[in-house]
Design a binder for this molecule. Structure first.
Ligand SMILES: Cc1ncc(COP(=O)(O)O)c(C=O)c1O
Length: 400
């Protein structure tokens, strides 16, 4: 197995910058870039269409990635649909699931806009009087099971919650929430945008009916990759919202027959190079090992939280016991955007600032102008944390 230093060498971009924004998107390791190059240099063909050998190879490689995703989350490969990101996966359910009149859906107020707006849009525009109920998280960003229990009723069709909130890194008890939803005969959708590739997602244990995931974050895949998992028998009752080539088996006199799940959901040419790159990203993650990644992230999270809490003027969000991989903070009197700009321009440190596409979440945390958000992956090390702390201390002294 490679050492952490050798791993860092696989990310050439780290020679120039300290990258602490993996919650937005991860940086890409060489083996992923090599896999994409290999596709373009050696078998650059469409998938699922040609009888010639390079087209068959492209199709097989795409299916390999489907199997790798299925193995990763302990699911069947026919339950994996490729998407371009997490957002598309959630919208596929919001727009394709056959909700009934007066159904309601429970989300929380600490969701990313991608697990918020598709549901609000459904409430606004569906003729079926669908209602969205919003569970309020506690002051640490945790959605307590009892809050979900209070909102559930006989019309609750779905509970949609993210595993780790992207705003402050709070980790939810998703197994418990899934169980609670199922006890009420509701479905459970898990948004694992901030946990996949950082921690084991074993769906035989979580029992989510749907999982929306990026490929470009924790899994180290390229941009424009993601997937939707759905239990096969439930996906049979979801309407595909992107029909066309590859989604039907026959078309005669205006009548068409849908392809099997998952192919009926994958209309048109797929992001083949991206999906092949994602397969290489999953291999890379598996080689490091999810438990090593988790332990490393937890260690960096604790070190950074401790260091920040020792700097006067710093406001921290969330409980260090319940957060990992993401830390949100503010410096009293400083706008988060300005802090991020200074970090970049004076120390080449890349962090996110503002509301991180989670306005209700950060308003709930009373962060009126948002926060500065630091997020890690396995390629980060203690020097990154020490460098950041030094710069934050200097900025905090300036604003004192
Ligand atoms: C919790 C959560 N859900 C959804 C998304 C949207 O992800 P994507 O950009 O892959 O659509 C994000 C992105 O940061 C996120 O953090």
């Amino acid at each position: 197995m490679k050492t952490q230093e050798e791993i860092r060498d696989d990310f050439p971009i780290l020679k120039n910058i300290t990258y602490l924004d993996s919650a937005s998107t991860s940086i890409t390791p060489k083996p992923v870039i090599d896999a994409i190059d290999d596709y373009y240099y050696n078998y650059n063909a469409n998938s699922g269409r040609g009888a010639y050998r390079i087209a068959i190879k492209a199709s097989n490689k795409l299916e390999d990635t489907r199997s790798k995703i299925a193995n990763l989350i302990n699911a069947d490969k026919n339950e994996i649909i490729f998407t371009k990101n997490t957002t598309e996966a959630i919208n596929m359910i919001a727009n394709g699931f056959k909700f009934e009149k007066n159904d309601n859906i429970i989300i929380s107020n600490v969701e990313h806009h991608s697990n918020f707006v598709p549901w609000l849009n459904l409430e606004k525009n569906s003729p079926k009087n669908i209602k969205i109920k919003i569970a309020n998280a506690n002051s640490e960003g945790i959605v307590e099971n009892s809050t979900i229990e209070e909102l559930l009723d006989e019309n609750t069709k779905l509970v949609a919650i993210s595993h780790v909130t992207n705003s402050i890194g709070a980790c939810q008890d998703i197994k418990r929430i899934s169980k609670t939803a199922h006890r009420n005969n509701s479905y459970f959708l898990l948004d694992c945008a901030q946990s996949i590739g950082h921690v084991k997602i074993d769906n035989k244990k979580i029992n989510a009916d749907f999982i929306a995931s990026p490929g470009h974050k924790g899994l180290l895949g390229p941009m424009g990759t993601g997937f939707l998992y759905g239990k096969k028998e439930i996906l049979e009752h979801v309407e595909p919202t992107n029909l066309g080539g590859g989604t039907i088996t026959n078309l005669v006199n205006k009548e068409f027959t849908l392809e099997e799940v998952p192919y009926r959901f994958e209309g048109g040419t797929q992001n083949i190079d991206g999906i092949i790159g994602l397969g290489a990203g999953i291999d890379y993650i598996n080689q490091i090992g999810l438990s090593n990644i988790y332990t490393h992230s937890k260690y960096l999270t604790q070190e950074l939280y401790k260091g920040l809490s020792e700097i006067k003027n710093v406001i921290l969000y969330g409980n260090p016991k319940n957060i990992f991989s993401i830390i949100s903070f503010n410096i009293k009197g400083a706008n988060p955007y300005d802090v991020a700009k200074i970090l970049d321009e004076t120390a080449n440190i890349c962090v996110r600032s503002g509301f991180h596409c989670a306005i209700p979440s950060l308003k709930h945390m009373k962060a009126k102008e948002g926060t500065i958000r630091v997020s890690f992956h396995y390629y980060n090390n203690l020097e990154d944390i020490i460098g950041l702390l030094k710069s934050v201390e200097e900025i905090a002294n300036f604003y004192k």
